[in-house]
Design a binder for this molecule. Sequence first.
Ligand SMILES: [Cu+2]
Length: 134
Amino acid sequence: MAIFREVKGQPVLVMLLGLSLAGSMPLLTEVPPGPREIVVGASDMAFYVDGDAEANPRIRMEAGETVRLVLWNEQPGVIHGFAVGAWQLATPRLRGRERDSIVFKVPEAIGHYVYECSPHSAMMRGTIEVVDVR
Ligand SMILES: [Cu+2]
């Protein structure tokens, strides 16, 4: 920094600023990604994942990855929650038109795990498949 201050003239400063900006651009794409977001909507007494039409679909997760699971209760007047009993993981129970999220690290043990809506586990349940991609 001291070296830069001894360089005379504004054009040099502008150039240095330009270089530092250009240097930081690729970094934006190299930064490790934040949690992978999975958006789960609850409507018509079923879960829908990431806008897909399939009810209570299998959700694939990678062992050890960090996931932000967003639960969006789109069903007015009905309380829904999202829980994975084997992982002792649960969102708060949400009233209609509420949204909340939980961030968690997927356990390393590959396999299949049941997810369900705690108040409606008979109708609203599916499978999380944990795979090892490493
Ligand atoms: Cu429910």
